[in-house]
Design a protein around this ligand. Structure first.
Ligand code: 6R9
Length: 643
């Protein structure tokens, strides 16, 4: 494959950027012409941020899997599309060529159809990181079903909420998943999620751990049995056919946390998302044909959707998919994988880098790593120490590091340097990609252009104009999409992040300015955690804030008032953690719980989080004015508890 739209120099970046702003329609028409379309679009872009209504390539007809699979068959059929590394390094690797992937996707698409799945139906996917997860996702896309992948760390209750919100009637899962030393009983979690659920008609279960599972007649079927029914591919009418979709038909829903309420289902559509994930992949990582790309994310998050599956596959790349965790059986696992498959591009999260740094240099002994050409990070701001460690010990000062800022809602990378093409600056995401028009605004939505004392322009990060990969709505509730992203500031998409800009126009993302935490690169809303804590029988109320955590980036700190303790503080704490685990999942468990007799509130009854954040950070001398509080004595008590 060749990528005529790949930017090869700083000058051509500048040119591309300029054109993307001056004439976005011509710019994106050019890029989009490099994909497989059944019918060309009538209009490249229609938009307003008021409703909001965003349409890219409208009138265009396509199936994204034709660009990801079919078009590669002739020249790249024998080439690995997915290299799968099992949790246990002793187990056999699976290499899935483009031809094999195409076949499996077509087969599983047929399985879905046989089980009653139709275009537009929502299919919830709750699986470990096995190749079958990729088959399931792409098979949905092939028949026009809307996939909604749920990360394996979410609880039955979270799944139940998402199933209900998406009105999903179909589930694809595994009996269990291997992750490090643990076996996670996925099907059993699904069973709990389905208690009382009347909508789900079919659960397809792939056998991975062969852990005992309940199989309900008429509802649950085994993946392997269903696949056997379609092995005789010639006999099945319509086998391998694609559902031809409108560019703006939904491709998937992915739930993500916001500052209020339950997680919302971010909706991405077929045409724009395809173009955006491919364009950003090829440019930021400077992917060259034949290279091996290893994104360490889980497909349960947007990073896995865009940079394990759709971006690399539409580019005909080889994508490594890893079932396990970076520290098992030891902290050299990533480096073993890099050496084993001669990985050229490694894309991981700052939290993983910091955790591996903690093991020192021993796990790096005897590792070659010379195949690496480009390194990437995503998910949270990267601190300079981690950046330099990554540069020195992994990249051997020979690999550009791309710091990629983006979000579930943006579909793909937004602000990032281009590896080896545009300059890098430690802990700065640097420049916007072509098509991305950032703007920094103050609380009132007025553009900030003046530099602060430190020499940087500082503000809330918004985006002025649409890009092809942006979200189109939040599932089943367009008004929520409008109020969350487009109503804070008129005619702007609000990211929820704060940022700085330097004299070169580089951006540094400083973190969320709303009540969203970023724990190990996972987004969690403080309100969500509070609601879960408040479900515990003895809890009266709670306030959750983030605090700086050496490895996770942010940790979760909960202040809790209770009617009484059951046993001692510690046993009550454990009960609360169990409750949060049940309601949201283990990823949302607070790192610290402090029992308090009351929460600091204003006279109007609002919790003063600013103060609680300072206390959680240990900045006890900088609490500011507490005189407006209803009961200032509470603060002293909380401070003492902290000391
Ligand atoms: C892709 C992904 C989005 C939030 C985002 C921001 C933070 C992501 C970052 C970064 C600084 C980077 N974030 N990348 N902050 N530098 N390179 O992570 O999506 O899970 O939706 O999280 O993550 O705060 O708003 P998502």
């Amino acid at each position: 494959m060749s990528y005529p739209y790949q930017i090869k120099s700083l000058e051509s970046y500048n040119e591309a950027y300029k054109k993307s702003v001056e004439d976005p329609e011509a710019f994106w028409a050019d890029v989009a012409s490099n994909f497989q379309w059944r019918k060309k679009w009538d209009k490249v872009l229609n938009w307003n941020f008021k409703e909001p209504r965003i349409e890219w390539f409208s009138g265009g007809r396509l199936n994204i899997t034709e660009s990801c699979l079919d078009r590669h068959l002739e020249k790249l059929g024998e080439k690995p599309a997915i290299i799968w590394e099992p949790n246990n390094p002793e187990e056999r690797t699976r290499i899935v060529t483009y031809e094999r992937l195409h076949k499996r996707v077509c087969q599983f698409a047929q399985v879905l159809k046989n089980n009653g799945v139709k275009k537009g139906d929502r299919v919830c996917i709750y699986m470990g990181m096995v190749p079958e997860l990729a088959y399931a996702v792409l098979a949905c896309a092939r028949i026009g079903a809307i996939h909604s992948v749920i990360f394996g760390g979410f609880s039955a209750q979270s799944i139940a909420d998402r199933l209900e919100d998406a009105k999903a009637a179909f589930i694809v899962t595994c009996d269990g998943a291997f992750r490090g030393a643990k076996d996670i009983p996925l099907k059993s979690v699904i069973d709990d999620a389905l208690i009382g659920n009347k909508m789900v008609k079919r659960v397809i279960v792939y056998t991975r751990t062969r852990t005992p599972v309940s199989m309900i007649k008429g509802r649950d079927v085994w993946w392997e049995d269903e696949m056997l029914k379609v092995t005789d591919t010639l006999g099945v009418e319509g086998f391998g056919d694609v559902e031809v979709m409108d560019a703006e038909d939904p491709l998937f829903i992915l739930y993500t946390s916001g500052s209020t309420g339950k997680p919302k289902g971010v909706v991405h559509t077929c045409g724009g998302y395809m173009v955006w994930t491919n364009y950003t992949f090829v440019n930021a990582f400077q992917y060259q044909p034949g290279q091996v790309h290893f994104c360490t994310a889980d497909i349960g998050w947007i990073t896995g959707h865009s940079y394990i599956l759709y971006g690399p596959l539409s580019a005909g790349a080889t994508s490594v998919m890893f079932e396990g965790v970076p520290t098992w059986p030891d902290a050299g696992r990533f480096w073993d994988i890099v050496d084993k498959y001669k990985v050229n591009i490694l894309y991981t999260a700052p939290t993983a880098i910091r955790s591996l740094m903690g093991f020192g240099l021993d796990p790096l002994k005897g590792k070659d790593l010379s195949s690496l050409k480009v390194l990437g990070t995503v998910g949270e701001p990267i601190n300079e120490e981690a950046w330099h460690w990554y540069d020195e010990h992994i990249g051997k000062k020979n690999c550009p590091i791309v710091d990629t800022w983006w979000q579930t809602e943006t579909g793909g990378l937004m602000i990032t340097n281009l590896a080896g093409i545009t300059p890098a600056k430690p802990s700065w995401a640097t420049l916007p990609l072509p098509g991305v028009q950032p703007i920094l605004v103050d609380e009132n939505g007025k553009e900030v252009t003046e530099k602060a004392e430190d020499g940087y322009v500082k503000g809330n990060l918004c985006i002025k104009a649409p890009w092809p990969g942006m979200l189109r709505t939040t599932y089943g509730d367009h008004e929520r999409c409008r109020t969350t992203y487009f109503a804070t500031y008129e005619n702007l998409y609000f990211t929820g992040d704060g940022a700085l800009r330097d004299d070169d126009g580089f951006y540094r993302i400083t973190g969320r300015v709303d009540d969203v935490l970023n724990v190990s690169g996972h987004r969690i809303g403080t309100a969500e955690v509070e609601n879960a804590i408040n479900m515990h029988a003895s809890v009266v109320e709670s306030a959750v804030v983030g605090y700086t955590h050496d490895i996770k980036g942010q940790g979760i700190y909960a202040y809790v008032t209770v009617t009484g303790l059951h046993g001692d503080e510690d046993s009550t704490r454990q009960d609360i953690l169990q409750t949060v685990s049940r309601i949201i999942g283990p990823i949302a468990k607070p790192d610290k719980i402090q029992f308090v007799s009351g929460l600091p509130k204003t006279r109007s009854g609002k919790i003063m989080r600013r103060i609680l954040r300072k206390i959680a950070e240990g900045q006890l001398e900088q609490l500011g004015d507490t005189s407006t509080l209803l009961d200032p004595a509470v603060v002293d008590e909380i401070k003492q508890g902290k000391l």
